[in-house]
Ligand binder design. Sequence first.
Ligand code: B12
Length: 424
Amino acid sequence: MLSVAFGIGVLLALTGGTVANGCVAPHQLVSKMLQRLEDSVKTDEPPNPSVLLAMNLAGATDSSIHKWLLQQIQEEAVKRAQKDMTSGEVALYVLALLSSCQNPQHIQALGQTVDLLRILQQKTDEEMASLEAEGIPKTTLYSVSLDAIGLCLARVAGYQGASVVLAKQVLSPENHLSVDTRAVVALALACTYGQTELQDVQDLLRKALSVVTNGFLDEQEKGDGMIGNIYSMGLALQALGATGKFYAPREWDCAQAFSVVYNHDYRQPMAIAQVLPALVGRSYLEAADLDCTRSSGISPSLQSLSPKLESTGVHRAARITVQYSIINKLQGGHFSYTTSVQVPGGSTLLKVLQAAEKEKPDIFSFQTEQTSWGPMVVSIHGLAANPDDRTYWQFLSGRDALQEGVGTYKPQDGEQIQAVFSTY
Ligand code: B12
Protein backbone atom coordinates (compact mmCIF):
# COMPACT_ATOMS: atom_id res chain seq x y z
CA MET A 1 0.00 0.00 0.00
CA LEU A 2 2.75 2.38 1.04
CA SER A 3 4.71 1.63 -2.09
CA VAL A 4 1.62 2.39 -4.17
CA ALA A 5 1.31 5.76 -2.43
CA PHE A 6 4.99 6.46 -2.97
CA GLY A 7 4.72 5.45 -6.63
CA ILE A 8 1.84 7.82 -7.21
CA GLY A 9 3.87 10.59 -5.61
CA VAL A 10 6.68 9.90 -8.05
CA LEU A 11 4.22 9.79 -10.92
CA LEU A 12 2.60 13.08 -10.07
CA ALA A 13 5.99 14.69 -9.60
CA LEU A 14 6.97 13.44 -13.05
CA THR A 15 3.75 14.49 -14.75
CA GLY A 16 3.27 17.69 -12.76
CA GLY A 17 2.74 19.73 -15.93
CA THR A 18 -0.37 17.84 -17.05
CA VAL A 19 -2.43 18.51 -13.95
CA ALA A 20 -5.48 20.56 -14.90
CA ASN A 21 -6.26 23.71 -12.95
CA GLY A 22 -3.98 22.76 -10.06
CA CYS A 23 -6.47 20.26 -8.60
CA VAL A 24 -5.04 16.89 -7.71
CA ALA A 25 -6.24 14.44 -5.06
CA PRO A 26 -4.13 13.51 -2.02
CA HIS A 27 -1.80 10.56 -2.67
CA GLN A 28 -3.44 8.49 0.02
CA LEU A 29 -6.84 8.69 -1.64
CA VAL A 30 -5.41 7.81 -5.04
CA SER A 31 -3.60 4.77 -3.68
CA LYS A 32 -6.71 3.63 -1.78
CA MET A 33 -8.71 3.82 -5.01
CA LEU A 34 -6.01 1.98 -6.94
CA GLN A 35 -5.97 -0.72 -4.29
CA ARG A 36 -9.75 -1.12 -4.62
CA LEU A 37 -9.42 -1.36 -8.41
CA GLU A 38 -6.79 -4.07 -8.05
CA ASP A 39 -8.95 -5.93 -5.53
CA SER A 40 -11.86 -5.83 -7.98
CA VAL A 41 -9.98 -7.90 -10.57
CA LYS A 42 -11.29 -11.45 -10.20
CA THR A 43 -10.28 -14.58 -12.10
CA ASP A 44 -13.89 -15.77 -12.30
CA GLU A 45 -15.45 -12.56 -13.66
CA PRO A 46 -15.22 -10.94 -17.12
CA PRO A 47 -12.39 -8.37 -17.36
CA ASN A 48 -13.38 -4.70 -17.14
CA PRO A 49 -11.69 -2.42 -19.72
CA SER A 50 -12.60 0.71 -17.72
CA VAL A 51 -10.52 -0.62 -14.81
CA LEU A 52 -7.46 -1.18 -17.03
CA LEU A 53 -7.91 2.28 -18.57
CA ALA A 54 -8.07 3.93 -15.13
CA MET A 55 -5.00 2.04 -13.87
CA ASN A 56 -3.06 3.16 -16.93
CA LEU A 57 -4.16 6.80 -16.63
CA ALA A 58 -3.10 6.73 -12.97
CA GLY A 59 0.27 5.22 -13.92
CA ALA A 60 -0.26 2.01 -11.94
CA THR A 61 1.07 -0.37 -14.58
CA ASP A 62 3.68 -2.48 -12.82
CA SER A 63 1.62 -5.03 -10.92
CA SER A 64 1.04 -8.64 -11.92
CA ILE A 65 -2.70 -7.89 -11.69
CA HIS A 66 -2.30 -5.20 -14.37
CA LYS A 67 -0.48 -7.63 -16.68
CA TRP A 68 -3.08 -10.31 -16.10
CA LEU A 69 -5.93 -7.88 -16.78
CA LEU A 70 -4.33 -6.70 -20.04
CA GLN A 71 -3.98 -10.32 -21.17
CA GLN A 72 -7.66 -11.01 -20.33
CA ILE A 73 -8.77 -7.88 -22.21
CA GLN A 74 -6.88 -9.03 -25.30
CA GLU A 75 -8.40 -12.52 -25.09
CA GLU A 76 -11.90 -11.16 -24.55
CA ALA A 77 -11.49 -8.79 -27.52
CA VAL A 78 -10.51 -11.65 -29.80
CA LYS A 79 -13.36 -13.85 -28.55
CA ARG A 80 -16.25 -11.39 -28.34
CA ALA A 81 -15.67 -8.03 -30.08
CA GLN A 82 -17.14 -8.91 -33.46
CA LYS A 83 -19.87 -11.23 -32.27
CA ASP A 84 -21.49 -9.85 -29.18
CA MET A 85 -20.09 -6.51 -28.02
CA THR A 86 -21.98 -3.26 -28.40
CA SER A 87 -20.21 -0.36 -30.12
CA GLY A 88 -19.57 1.28 -26.74
CA GLU A 89 -18.00 -1.86 -25.31
CA VAL A 90 -15.66 -2.12 -28.31
CA ALA A 91 -14.78 1.56 -27.80
CA LEU A 92 -13.88 0.95 -24.13
CA TYR A 93 -11.66 -1.97 -25.22
CA VAL A 94 -9.97 0.32 -27.77
CA LEU A 95 -9.32 2.95 -25.06
CA ALA A 96 -8.02 0.32 -22.62
CA LEU A 97 -5.66 -1.11 -25.25
CA LEU A 98 -4.47 2.28 -26.52
CA SER A 99 -3.68 3.27 -22.94
CA SER A 100 -1.63 0.06 -22.65
CA CYS A 101 0.33 1.07 -25.79
CA GLN A 102 -1.19 -1.81 -27.77
CA ASN A 103 -2.14 -1.30 -31.41
CA PRO A 104 -5.91 -1.89 -31.52
CA GLN A 105 -5.67 -2.74 -35.23
CA HIS A 106 -3.64 -5.79 -34.41
CA ILE A 107 -4.74 -7.50 -31.22
CA GLN A 108 -3.28 -10.96 -30.87
CA ALA A 109 -4.44 -13.60 -28.41
CA LEU A 110 -5.39 -17.27 -28.35
CA GLY A 111 -3.66 -17.76 -31.72
CA GLN A 112 -5.96 -15.27 -33.45
CA THR A 113 -5.66 -11.63 -34.55
CA VAL A 114 -8.40 -9.05 -34.59
CA ASP A 115 -8.67 -5.48 -35.94
CA LEU A 116 -10.66 -3.70 -33.23
CA LEU A 117 -10.68 -0.37 -35.08
CA ARG A 118 -12.39 -1.88 -38.10
CA ILE A 119 -14.99 -3.47 -35.83
CA LEU A 120 -15.47 -0.14 -34.03
CA GLN A 121 -15.93 1.64 -37.37
CA GLN A 122 -18.53 -0.93 -38.47
CA LYS A 123 -20.45 -0.69 -35.21
CA THR A 124 -20.30 3.12 -35.24
CA ASP A 125 -21.68 3.07 -38.80
CA GLU A 126 -24.65 1.02 -37.54
CA GLU A 127 -25.25 3.59 -34.77
CA MET A 128 -25.13 6.41 -37.33
CA ALA A 129 -27.49 4.60 -39.72
CA SER A 130 -30.02 4.21 -36.91
CA LEU A 131 -29.62 7.88 -35.92
CA GLU A 132 -30.27 8.92 -39.50
CA ALA A 133 -33.25 6.62 -40.01
CA GLU A 134 -34.96 6.91 -36.62
CA GLY A 135 -33.34 9.85 -34.84
CA ILE A 136 -32.05 7.55 -32.09
CA PRO A 137 -28.90 5.40 -31.98
CA LYS A 138 -28.91 1.60 -31.94
CA THR A 139 -27.71 1.72 -28.30
CA THR A 140 -27.30 5.12 -26.59
CA LEU A 141 -25.73 8.52 -27.23
CA TYR A 142 -23.39 7.68 -24.34
CA SER A 143 -22.02 4.74 -26.36
CA VAL A 144 -21.82 6.77 -29.58
CA SER A 145 -19.69 9.29 -27.66
CA LEU A 146 -17.34 6.52 -26.51
CA ASP A 147 -17.18 5.37 -30.16
CA ALA A 148 -16.18 8.85 -31.32
CA ILE A 149 -13.53 9.13 -28.57
CA GLY A 150 -12.04 5.74 -29.56
CA LEU A 151 -11.95 6.52 -33.30
CA CYS A 152 -10.64 10.05 -32.70
CA LEU A 153 -7.80 8.97 -30.38
CA ALA A 154 -6.83 6.23 -32.85
CA ARG A 155 -7.06 8.79 -35.71
CA VAL A 156 -9.26 6.65 -37.94
CA ALA A 157 -12.29 7.90 -39.85
CA GLY A 158 -15.80 8.03 -38.44
CA TYR A 159 -15.51 10.36 -35.45
CA GLN A 160 -16.26 13.63 -37.24
CA GLY A 161 -19.70 12.57 -38.49
CA ALA A 162 -20.54 11.13 -35.07
CA SER A 163 -19.38 14.31 -33.30
CA VAL A 164 -21.49 16.54 -35.54
CA VAL A 165 -24.59 14.48 -34.67
CA LEU A 166 -23.67 14.51 -30.95
CA ALA A 167 -23.17 18.30 -31.00
CA LYS A 168 -26.61 18.78 -32.59
CA GLN A 169 -28.15 16.48 -29.99
CA VAL A 170 -26.78 18.47 -27.03
CA LEU A 171 -27.89 21.72 -28.66
CA SER A 172 -31.41 20.45 -29.29
CA PRO A 173 -33.75 22.04 -26.69
CA GLU A 174 -36.07 19.01 -26.43
CA ASN A 175 -33.19 16.68 -25.54
CA HIS A 176 -32.62 16.18 -21.82
CA LEU A 177 -29.40 14.23 -21.69
CA SER A 178 -27.99 13.05 -18.35
CA VAL A 179 -24.82 14.64 -16.95
CA ASP A 180 -22.95 11.37 -17.63
CA THR A 181 -23.96 11.44 -21.30
CA ARG A 182 -23.21 15.15 -21.74
CA ALA A 183 -19.78 14.60 -20.15
CA VAL A 184 -18.74 11.87 -22.59
CA VAL A 185 -20.22 13.89 -25.46
CA ALA A 186 -17.98 16.81 -24.37
CA LEU A 187 -14.90 14.57 -24.35
CA ALA A 188 -15.74 13.33 -27.86
CA LEU A 189 -16.32 16.85 -29.19
CA ALA A 190 -13.10 18.18 -27.63
CA CYS A 191 -11.09 15.42 -29.30
CA THR A 192 -12.72 16.04 -32.68
CA TYR A 193 -12.27 19.82 -32.33
CA GLY A 194 -8.53 19.27 -32.06
CA GLN A 195 -8.47 17.15 -35.23
CA THR A 196 -10.79 18.89 -37.69
CA GLU A 197 -9.85 21.72 -40.00
CA LEU A 198 -13.39 22.42 -41.23
CA GLN A 199 -14.44 25.84 -39.96
CA ASP A 200 -18.18 25.14 -39.81
CA VAL A 201 -17.60 21.90 -37.90
CA GLN A 202 -15.30 23.70 -35.46
CA ASP A 203 -17.94 26.41 -34.92
CA LEU A 204 -20.64 23.84 -34.19
CA LEU A 205 -18.42 21.88 -31.79
CA ARG A 206 -17.28 25.04 -29.98
CA LYS A 207 -20.88 26.11 -29.47
CA ALA A 208 -21.95 22.70 -28.16
CA LEU A 209 -18.91 22.49 -25.87
CA SER A 210 -19.63 25.92 -24.48
CA VAL A 211 -23.24 24.94 -23.72
CA VAL A 212 -22.30 21.66 -22.02
CA THR A 213 -19.40 23.01 -19.95
CA ASN A 214 -21.16 26.22 -18.88
CA GLY A 215 -24.17 24.07 -17.96
CA PHE A 216 -21.92 21.96 -15.71
CA LEU A 217 -20.40 25.06 -14.09
CA ASP A 218 -23.89 26.50 -13.44
CA GLU A 219 -25.01 23.20 -11.96
CA GLN A 220 -21.92 23.04 -9.73
CA GLU A 221 -22.58 26.56 -8.46
CA LYS A 222 -26.21 25.78 -7.66
CA GLY A 223 -25.47 22.36 -6.15
CA ASP A 224 -22.59 23.27 -3.79
CA GLY A 225 -20.12 21.44 -6.00
CA MET A 226 -22.36 18.58 -7.18
CA ILE A 227 -22.86 18.08 -10.92
CA GLY A 228 -25.63 15.53 -11.51
CA ASN A 229 -25.21 12.93 -8.77
CA ILE A 230 -22.18 11.54 -6.98
CA TYR A 231 -21.73 8.88 -9.70
CA SER A 232 -21.72 11.37 -12.59
CA MET A 233 -19.02 13.46 -10.89
CA GLY A 234 -16.13 11.38 -12.29
CA LEU A 235 -17.03 11.96 -15.93
CA ALA A 236 -18.11 15.57 -15.31
CA LEU A 237 -14.72 16.34 -13.71
CA GLN A 238 -12.88 14.63 -16.55
CA ALA A 239 -14.86 16.74 -19.04
CA LEU A 240 -14.31 20.05 -17.21
CA GLY A 241 -10.59 19.29 -16.78
CA ALA A 242 -10.18 18.62 -20.51
CA THR A 243 -12.23 21.51 -21.94
CA GLY A 244 -11.02 24.65 -20.14
CA LYS A 245 -10.68 26.69 -23.32
CA PHE A 246 -14.37 26.25 -24.15
CA TYR A 247 -15.57 28.00 -20.98
CA ALA A 248 -12.70 30.53 -20.72
CA PRO A 249 -12.48 33.20 -19.44
CA ARG A 250 -14.86 31.70 -16.90
CA GLU A 251 -12.94 29.91 -14.14
CA TRP A 252 -13.67 26.45 -12.78
CA ASP A 253 -13.65 26.12 -8.98
CA CYS A 254 -12.20 22.63 -9.20
CA ALA A 255 -11.41 22.55 -5.46
CA GLN A 256 -15.12 22.79 -4.66
CA ALA A 257 -16.01 19.97 -7.07
CA PHE A 258 -13.10 17.79 -5.87
CA SER A 259 -14.18 18.19 -2.25
CA VAL A 260 -17.59 16.68 -3.09
CA VAL A 261 -15.76 13.65 -4.45
CA TYR A 262 -13.42 13.45 -1.41
CA ASN A 263 -16.44 13.26 0.87
CA HIS A 264 -17.77 10.13 -0.80
CA ASP A 265 -16.32 6.71 -0.15
CA TYR A 266 -16.45 5.19 -3.65
CA ARG A 267 -16.44 1.40 -3.54
CA GLN A 268 -17.80 0.21 -6.89
CA PRO A 269 -14.94 -0.45 -9.32
CA MET A 270 -16.80 1.32 -12.16
CA ALA A 271 -17.39 4.43 -10.08
CA ILE A 272 -13.70 4.48 -9.08
CA ALA A 273 -12.62 3.84 -12.68
CA GLN A 274 -14.53 6.92 -13.86
CA VAL A 275 -13.45 9.26 -11.05
CA LEU A 276 -9.78 8.27 -10.62
CA PRO A 277 -8.53 9.71 -13.95
CA ALA A 278 -9.97 13.12 -13.00
CA LEU A 279 -8.38 12.91 -9.55
CA VAL A 280 -4.90 12.50 -11.08
CA GLY A 281 -5.56 15.41 -13.45
CA ARG A 282 -6.27 13.30 -16.52
CA SER A 283 -9.17 12.31 -18.76
CA TYR A 284 -9.94 9.52 -21.24
CA LEU A 285 -8.58 11.87 -23.93
CA GLU A 286 -5.04 11.14 -22.71
CA ALA A 287 -5.43 7.37 -23.26
CA ALA A 288 -3.28 7.37 -26.41
CA ASP A 289 -0.52 9.64 -25.03
CA LEU A 290 0.81 7.54 -22.17
CA ASP A 291 4.48 6.60 -21.96
CA CYS A 292 4.35 2.87 -21.38
CA THR A 293 8.14 2.51 -21.17
CA ARG A 294 8.43 4.72 -18.11
CA SER A 295 7.78 2.98 -14.85
CA SER A 296 5.76 5.01 -12.39
CA GLY A 297 7.61 3.38 -9.49
CA ILE A 298 4.55 1.50 -8.32
CA SER A 299 5.57 -1.95 -7.14
CA PRO A 300 3.50 -5.05 -7.82
CA SER A 301 0.60 -5.47 -5.47
CA LEU A 302 0.79 -8.27 -2.94
CA GLN A 303 -2.89 -8.93 -3.51
CA SER A 304 -3.57 -12.34 -5.02
CA LEU A 305 -6.29 -13.04 -7.55
CA SER A 306 -9.03 -14.78 -5.64
CA PRO A 307 -12.75 -15.42 -6.13
CA LYS A 308 -15.07 -13.10 -4.24
CA LEU A 309 -15.90 -13.99 -0.63
CA GLU A 310 -19.51 -13.43 0.37
CA SER A 311 -19.95 -11.17 3.40
CA THR A 312 -21.93 -12.81 6.20
CA GLY A 313 -22.07 -9.81 8.53
CA VAL A 314 -25.69 -8.79 7.85
CA HIS A 315 -27.26 -11.89 9.39
CA ARG A 316 -27.12 -10.62 12.97
CA ALA A 317 -28.78 -7.24 12.22
CA ALA A 318 -32.35 -6.44 13.33
CA ARG A 319 -34.96 -7.07 10.67
CA ILE A 320 -36.54 -4.29 8.62
CA THR A 321 -39.73 -4.24 6.57
CA VAL A 322 -39.69 -3.06 2.96
CA GLN A 323 -42.72 -2.59 0.74
CA TYR A 324 -41.99 -3.74 -2.79
CA SER A 325 -44.18 -3.15 -5.87
CA ILE A 326 -43.80 -4.26 -9.47
CA ILE A 327 -45.73 -2.24 -12.05
CA ASN A 328 -46.17 -2.60 -15.80
CA LYS A 329 -48.49 -0.15 -17.54
CA LEU A 330 -46.46 -0.14 -20.72
CA GLN A 331 -46.67 -3.40 -22.59
CA GLY A 332 -48.90 -6.49 -23.03
CA GLY A 333 -51.10 -7.43 -20.07
CA HIS A 334 -50.68 -4.64 -17.53
CA PHE A 335 -50.04 -5.62 -13.89
CA SER A 336 -49.38 -4.14 -10.48
CA TYR A 337 -48.49 -6.17 -7.39
CA THR A 338 -47.30 -5.11 -3.96
CA THR A 339 -45.83 -7.13 -1.12
CA SER A 340 -44.16 -6.50 2.19
CA VAL A 341 -40.97 -8.38 2.99
CA GLN A 342 -38.71 -8.59 6.00
CA VAL A 343 -34.95 -8.71 5.61
CA PRO A 344 -32.03 -8.09 8.01
CA GLY A 345 -31.20 -4.38 8.37
CA GLY A 346 -28.36 -3.37 6.03
CA SER A 347 -29.44 -5.83 3.33
CA THR A 348 -29.19 -4.77 -0.29
CA LEU A 349 -32.30 -4.35 -2.43
CA LEU A 350 -31.32 -7.58 -4.17
CA LYS A 351 -32.06 -9.42 -0.90
CA VAL A 352 -35.52 -7.78 -0.83
CA LEU A 353 -36.23 -9.00 -4.37
CA GLN A 354 -35.00 -12.48 -3.46
CA ALA A 355 -37.18 -12.58 -0.32
CA ALA A 356 -40.25 -11.48 -2.32
CA GLU A 357 -39.55 -14.11 -4.96
CA LYS A 358 -39.13 -16.81 -2.29
CA GLU A 359 -42.49 -15.97 -0.71
CA LYS A 360 -44.47 -15.57 -3.96
CA PRO A 361 -42.46 -17.10 -6.81
CA ASP A 362 -45.38 -17.00 -9.28
CA ILE A 363 -45.57 -13.17 -8.96
CA PHE A 364 -42.18 -11.77 -7.92
CA SER A 365 -39.88 -13.92 -10.05
CA PHE A 366 -37.01 -11.93 -11.55
CA GLN A 367 -33.73 -12.28 -13.42
CA THR A 368 -30.48 -10.35 -13.31
CA GLU A 369 -27.51 -10.03 -15.64
CA GLN A 370 -23.99 -9.29 -14.45
CA THR A 371 -22.71 -5.94 -15.83
CA SER A 372 -19.76 -3.64 -15.23
CA TRP A 373 -21.83 -1.85 -12.52
CA GLY A 374 -22.99 -5.10 -10.85
CA PRO A 375 -26.23 -7.09 -11.20
CA MET A 376 -28.83 -5.43 -13.43
CA VAL A 377 -32.47 -6.53 -13.18
CA VAL A 378 -33.43 -7.52 -16.72
CA SER A 379 -36.76 -9.29 -16.18
CA ILE A 380 -39.55 -9.29 -13.57
CA HIS A 381 -42.73 -11.39 -13.58
CA GLY A 382 -41.67 -12.80 -16.95
CA LEU A 383 -41.49 -9.35 -18.56
CA ALA A 384 -38.01 -8.76 -20.01
CA ALA A 385 -36.26 -5.46 -20.74
CA ASN A 386 -35.30 -5.14 -24.40
CA PRO A 387 -32.68 -2.76 -25.84
CA ASP A 388 -34.43 -2.95 -29.25
CA ASP A 389 -37.57 -1.28 -27.91
CA ARG A 390 -35.57 0.65 -25.29
CA THR A 391 -37.44 -0.78 -22.30
CA TYR A 392 -35.95 -1.37 -18.84
CA TRP A 393 -36.97 -1.96 -15.23
CA GLN A 394 -36.60 1.35 -13.43
CA PHE A 395 -36.27 1.37 -9.61
CA LEU A 396 -37.75 4.08 -7.44
CA SER A 397 -37.97 4.84 -3.74
CA GLY A 398 -41.27 6.64 -3.32
CA ARG A 399 -41.21 8.96 -6.36
CA ASP A 400 -37.44 9.27 -6.68
CA ALA A 401 -35.41 7.17 -9.09
CA LEU A 402 -32.69 5.25 -7.26
CA GLN A 403 -29.14 6.38 -7.92
CA GLU A 404 -27.74 2.90 -7.40
CA GLY A 405 -28.69 -0.59 -8.54
CA VAL A 406 -30.11 -3.52 -6.57
CA GLY A 407 -26.64 -4.92 -5.80
CA THR A 408 -25.56 -1.89 -3.74
CA TYR A 409 -28.68 0.05 -2.71
CA LYS A 410 -29.66 -0.61 0.94
CA PRO A 411 -33.29 0.26 1.76
CA GLN A 412 -34.34 1.62 5.16
CA ASP A 413 -37.05 0.24 7.43
CA GLY A 414 -40.52 1.13 6.05
CA GLU A 415 -39.20 2.19 2.62
CA GLN A 416 -41.45 1.79 -0.42
CA ILE A 417 -39.59 0.47 -3.44
CA GLN A 418 -41.16 0.32 -6.89
CA ALA A 419 -39.92 -1.45 -9.99
CA VAL A 420 -41.64 0.21 -12.95
CA PHE A 421 -41.36 -1.08 -16.51
CA SER A 422 -40.25 2.04 -18.41
CA THR A 423 -38.59 3.31 -21.59
CA TYR A 424 -35.38 5.30 -21.98
C1 B12 B 1 -27.16 4.19 -20.54
C2 B12 B 1 -27.34 3.94 -19.06
C3 B12 B 1 -28.45 3.22 -18.65
C4 B12 B 1 -29.40 2.55 -19.64
C5 B12 B 1 -28.72 1.30 -20.26
C6 B12 B 1 -29.41 0.93 -21.54
C7 B12 B 1 -28.57 0.30 -22.58
N1 B12 B 1 -29.03 -0.79 -23.11
O1 B12 B 1 -27.53 0.79 -22.93
C8 B12 B 1 -30.65 2.27 -18.76
C9 B12 B 1 -31.64 3.40 -18.96
C10 B12 B 1 -31.36 0.93 -18.97
C11 B12 B 1 -30.05 2.36 -17.35
C12 B12 B 1 -30.71 1.89 -16.24
C13 B12 B 1 -30.31 2.14 -14.94
N2 B12 B 1 -29.27 2.87 -14.55
CO1 B12 B 1 -27.89 3.51 -15.79
N3 B12 B 1 -26.58 4.36 -16.83
C14 B12 B 1 -26.40 4.46 -18.12
C15 B12 B 1 -25.15 5.29 -18.43
C16 B12 B 1 -25.59 6.71 -18.78
C17 B12 B 1 -24.25 4.74 -19.52
C18 B12 B 1 -23.92 3.25 -19.39
C19 B12 B 1 -23.25 2.77 -20.66
O2 B12 B 1 -23.86 2.69 -21.70
N4 B12 B 1 -21.93 2.48 -20.61
C20 B12 B 1 -21.17 2.13 -21.78
C21 B12 B 1 -21.24 0.64 -22.08
C22 B12 B 1 -20.41 0.31 -23.31
O3 B12 B 1 -20.66 -0.05 -20.99
P1 B12 B 1 -21.42 -1.31 -20.39
O4 B12 B 1 -20.66 -1.76 -19.20
O5 B12 B 1 -21.71 -2.32 -21.42
O6 B12 B 1 -22.80 -0.61 -19.94
C23 B12 B 1 -23.86 -1.35 -19.42
C24 B12 B 1 -24.05 -1.11 -17.92
O7 B12 B 1 -23.62 0.20 -17.62
C25 B12 B 1 -25.54 -1.29 -17.77
N5 B12 B 1 -26.12 -0.34 -16.81
C26 B12 B 1 -26.54 0.89 -17.08
N6 B12 B 1 -26.97 1.49 -15.96
C27 B12 B 1 -26.81 0.58 -14.97
C28 B12 B 1 -27.08 0.67 -13.61
C29 B12 B 1 -26.83 -0.39 -12.79
C30 B12 B 1 -27.07 -0.28 -11.33
C31 B12 B 1 -26.30 -1.61 -13.34
C32 B12 B 1 -26.04 -2.77 -12.45
C33 B12 B 1 -26.00 -1.69 -14.71
C34 B12 B 1 -26.26 -0.59 -15.50
O8 B12 B 1 -26.15 -1.03 -19.04
C35 B12 B 1 -25.13 -0.74 -19.99
C36 B12 B 1 -25.50 -1.28 -21.34
O9 B12 B 1 -25.72 -2.67 -21.28
C37 B12 B 1 -24.42 5.23 -17.04
C38 B12 B 1 -23.49 6.40 -16.77
C39 B12 B 1 -22.11 6.03 -16.30
N7 B12 B 1 -21.47 6.97 -15.64
O10 B12 B 1 -21.58 4.96 -16.52
C40 B12 B 1 -25.64 5.16 -16.07
C41 B12 B 1 -25.46 4.54 -14.70
C42 B12 B 1 -24.52 3.34 -14.78
N8 B12 B 1 -26.82 4.08 -14.35
C43 B12 B 1 -27.13 4.23 -13.12
C44 B12 B 1 -28.37 3.86 -12.51
C45 B12 B 1 -28.57 4.28 -11.08
C46 B12 B 1 -29.33 3.13 -13.22
C47 B12 B 1 -30.63 2.56 -12.64
C48 B12 B 1 -30.46 1.80 -11.32
C49 B12 B 1 -31.64 3.74 -12.51
C50 B12 B 1 -32.95 3.39 -11.83
N9 B12 B 1 -33.32 4.18 -10.84
O11 B12 B 1 -33.63 2.47 -12.18
C51 B12 B 1 -31.11 1.62 -13.79
C52 B12 B 1 -30.83 0.11 -13.63
C53 B12 B 1 -31.97 -0.62 -12.93
C54 B12 B 1 -31.98 -2.12 -13.12
N10 B12 B 1 -32.88 -2.62 -13.95
O12 B12 B 1 -31.22 -2.85 -12.52
C55 B12 B 1 -25.98 4.83 -12.33
C56 B12 B 1 -25.26 3.74 -11.51
C57 B12 B 1 -24.71 4.27 -10.21
C58 B12 B 1 -24.33 3.18 -9.27
N11 B12 B 1 -23.53 3.55 -8.31
O13 B12 B 1 -24.71 2.06 -9.33
C59 B12 B 1 -25.15 5.50 -13.48
C60 B12 B 1 -23.64 5.61 -13.19
C61 B12 B 1 -25.75 6.92 -13.74
C62 B12 B 1 -25.61 7.84 -12.55
N12 B12 B 1 -24.67 8.76 -12.58
O14 B12 B 1 -26.38 7.77 -11.61
N13 B12 B 1 -28.87 3.02 -17.36
